[in-house]
Write a protein that binds this ligand. Structure first.
Ligand SMILES: C[S@@+](CC[C@H](N)C(=O)[O-])C[C@H]1O[C@@H](n2cnc3c(N)ncnc32)[C@H](O)[C@@H]1O
Length: 245
């Protein structure tokens, strides 16, 4: 694949990702998109639960499976290494778009804030969560995370496997600020429907599992004692003081 073709492809994948994440904000927040988390016909609780859980499971398997080092080693025999990350970003975005398109509403209200100020505060908090997600991507190299840098280089170098270890800004307060941003964005809502609660619970479970059992294992292999020491000093997701100082 020529470098210019790789760059065009990775720019296309990045644009699909941007459209997807913007749609995600409207989908979760319930505004500005044709189908959001509480819209669409209600086809019965059992059917909606089965479809939604299957969609969430599909995303979890794809998103974590394609990020495994073993999968990447096999996959880069088919897909050129400089566009492997972009392809991952594209497939993840397409699976998310499928989830948005096929999501079945469970509109029963679980809880709702009556007070106007509380409703605004919860919406602002959700927006703050999204802002935390975006700003954290820039702290750990936004363009590398979404594959543009690898396509720009046109080749994968030995040092690329170990990107610089970041402990500045939000990474000084928690080890996973980007995931904390998602949790805030998903949970802070003025009206929690059953469907939204299912989405928040399932994504929280997935995030905790993926961070603890997959990502941190990879990070320990990559950075060794530096990461072990970071784990001792900095809490995982919630910015709470550590016991014993
Ligand atoms: C989607 S990002 C999420 C990062 C982190 N889990 C968070 O919530 O902020 C995943 C990538 O970030 C990288 N990463 C996680 N923590 C890092 C750190 N402290 N410094 C550099 N890269 C990191 C991982 O290696 C992985 O490639």
């Amino acid at each position: 694949m020529t470098r210019i073709l790789a760059l065009l492809y990775s720019a296309f994948c990045y644009l699909v990702f941007l459209a997807t994440i913007l749609y995600a904000i409207g989908f979760v927040g319930g505004f500005a998109v044709p189908r959001h988390i509480d819209s669409g016909p209600f086809a019965g609780t059992g059917f909606a639960l089965a479809v939604d859980l299957a969609l969430l499971a599909l995303f979890a398997v794809q998103h974590s499976g394609m990020a495994r080092p073993g999968f990447k080693r096999w996959w880069t025999r088919i897909v050129p290494a400089p566009v492997e990350r972009s392809t991952y970003v594209l497939v993840s975005s397409l699976v998310l778009l499928l989830l948005f398109a096929c999501w079945q509403a469970l509109p029963q209200t679980v809880w709702s804030a009556d007070n106007g100020i509380a409703r605004i505060a919860l919406s602002v908090l959700s927006g703050t969560g999204w802002a935390l997600v975006f700003s954290s991507t820039f702290l750990i190299s936004h363009f590398e995370l979404f594959g543009l840098q690898q396509a720009w280089r046109g080749r994968v170098q030995a040092g690329d496997a170990v990107p610089p270890f970041v402990t500045r800004a939000f990474y000084r307060i928690v080890r996973h600020p980007l995931m904390l941003g998602f949790l805030i964005a998903f949970w802070a809502t003025p009206t929690m429907s059953l469907g939204h609660l299912l989405f928040a619970l399932a994504t929280t479970g997935y995030i905790l599992f993926a961070v603890k059992c997959l990502e941190e294992r990879d990070l320990l292999k990559l950075y060794g004692d530096t990461y072990r020491d970071y784990q001792r000093r900095v809490p995982m997701i919630l910015p709470l003081p550590r016991r014993g100082g």
